[in-house]
Write a protein that binds this ligand. Structure first.
Ligand code: NAD
Length: 499
């Protein structure tokens, strides 16, 4: 136990959960071992120690879970009224409000996000649940005119698609899973969730809590296990109607291939390499911390991180000096350390990837201005890398083209707005992006010019389900948030009625 862990009191419920010998699958309202009996372990990224053992689910388990989800979809759940589903989502919000501390403790230990950051995420989760509770009573079709001779009435109806496979990444499963769970419960679908092996625990715990809160057996099932087994089996399963996937572009491609079995519709939120454009007239008091935390929040493990920071050449020196000053205010530490603003990265593998990109950057001729090393001493066993800043980066360098998914910020100078837009667009990805300028017309010109799914102006990273976000190009498709999100969980039926 580290000094931080000794001083940090885990809630009784988190202790009880974490002390289980094996975390089983959650199928049809029951905790069940994997059919193979095999297990995997997960480590605490803050210390590198084994945290828990969990079931290594495979094809047979996915079959079982999909069967349970299909049975539940056809069962009494299908007769719940919109008001009843709304009431369930409201009750879930209350229960999660009460159990939040326990859940963020599990998440902090399993995936390494600083506890302060997780605590601050509570309003966003509550907002998401309120949003989906609203959506439960907001599903509607249209009455339509037609040109059919005689007396024919026509309309469209929206109906739940059925069983949704939810494949979840490791970089924020506690909150991220509710994009799927919320829409499933609001629409009347059922789901089989497949969390990432690096961080499955909060998904398993949430499924149990929601079942206790009144979600019927079989409506939410969780199959943990390797992506190539459990994930692939879910994506290929002939009785799964849709897949909601968040993860890397590479895995997204495999899921597209697997989904051809029964022509599943997909919602894909993939990788990014977003451009954060700092114009010469930006308010640097806001732009510097905004751009920094647009990268370093969650140790850079955010899909829409603004890792290419494009700075107008006349202010590069001032911006850089201020950025390096800001870096001194950041504290990297154990995820349970209340004062830590940044935690470790998720795994040894991710640490190796990030460090190898730092070497690539140096070899490509970028100037290492800050960080660049693995942290040692009392953090030496965890997967910590110093927040890293490169200057003088060009958009041809690999560190500007490939998603690193770690705390590495690159400064790319530009001369005028057209050049900034051209650099921003010279990317395979199109997920996030921002512009900082005191001129609204400059900001709007950039907003219109950059080919990306989401743009922020004089801020970075706000997400509200009422507004939503999405990707374009190789960052995926399928809008998240608004009624467009719900449409991923519904199909439209056209109705012709001869009167
Ligand atoms: P990943 O693609 O390796 O894994 C994501 C999930 O897919 C995991 O549950 C994994 O087990 C599963 N998986 C792996 N191989 C599979 C296969 N062949 N078939 C089916 N499922 C499979 O991604 P990751 O490393 O967990 O997360 C990091 C990536 O996710 C980054 O690229 C990041 O940009 C992206 N991401 C995107 C968003 C977004 O909203 N766009 C959000 C978070 C993360």
């Amino acid at each position: 136990m580290t000094v931080v862990e000794q001083n940090f009191a885990l809630s009784e419920q988190a202790q009880e959960f974490l002390s289980r010998d094996v975390h089983h699958l959650f199928i049809d309202g029951q905790r069940v071992p994997a059919a193979s009996g095999k297990t995997l372990t997960t480590t605490t990224p803050s210390t590198g120690e084994i945290l828990a053992r969990f079931a290594a689910g495979g094809e047979a388990d996915v079959d079982r879970a999909v069967l349970a989800a299909r049975k539940a979809f056809k069962g009494p759940w299908s007769t719940w009224t919109p008001y009843e589903r709304q009431g369930l989502l409201t009750r879930i919000a209350q229960v999660l409000d009460e159990r939040f501390e326990e859940l963020i403790q599990i998440e902090a230990l399993d995936m390494g996000a600083p506890i302060s950051r997780l605590r601050n995420s509570k309003p966003a989760l509550m907002k998401m649940l309120a949003f989906f509770a609203g959506q439960a009573t907001n599903i509607s079709g249209e009455t339509l005119m037609n040109g059919i001779p005689g007396n024919v009435a026509t309309m469209t109806l929206k109906a739940p698609v059925g069983v949704v496979g939810g494949i979840i990444p490791w970089n924020g499963p506690l909150g991220g899973q509710f994009w799927i769970i919320g829409a499933v419960l609001a629409s009347g679908c059922t789901t089989v969730l497949k969390p990432a092996s690096e961080a499955s625990l909060s998904v398993l715990r949430v499924a149990e809590i929601l079942h206790e809160a009144g979600v019927p057996a079989g409506v939410i099932n969780v199959v943990t296990g390797p992506g190539r087994d459990a994930g692939n089996a879910l994506a290929a399963h002939p009785d799964v109607d849709r897949i909601a996937f968040t993860g890397s572009t590479e895995t997204g491609r495999r899921i597209i291939e697997a989904s051809t079995t029964n022509i599943k519709k997909l919602q894909l939120e993939l990788g990014g390499k977003s451009a954060d454009i700092i114009c010469a007239d930006a308010d640097l008091d806001k732009a510097v911390p905004g751009a920094a935390m647009g990268v370093f929040a969650n140790s850079g493990q955010i899909c829409f991180a603004g890792t290419r920071v494009l700075v107008q050449r006349s202010i590069v020196d001032e911006f850089t000096t201020r950025l390096l000053d800001f870096m001194k205010t950041q504290r990297v530490g154990h995820s349970l350390d209340d004062d830590a603003t940044m935690g470790p990265v998720i795994s040894q593998r991710q640490l190796d990837t990030v460090l190898s990109y730092i070497d690539i950057g140096k070899n490509e001729g970028a100037e290492l201005l800050h960080g660049g090393q693995r942290l040692g001493d009392e953090l030496g066993n965890g997967y910590y890398v110093q927040p890293t800043v490169f200057g003088g980066v060009t958009n041809q360098m690999r560190i500007a083209r490939e998603e690193i998914f770690g705390p590495v910020l690159s400064i790319l100078p530009f001369d005028d707005i057209d050049e900034a837009i051209a650099i921003a667009n010279d990317s395979d990805f199109g997920l996030g992006g921002a512009v900082w300028s005191q001129s609204l017309s400059t900001a709007l010109r950039v907003v219109h010019g950059v080919h990306t799914g989401t743009m922020w102006v004089n801020c970075y990273g706000y997400i509200d389900p009422l507004v939503g976000f999405s990707g374009t190009k190789m960052s995926g498709y399928g809008y998240k948030g608004t009624t467009a999100h719900m449409d991923n969980y519904l199909y439209t039926k056209s109705v012709y009625m001869q009167l």
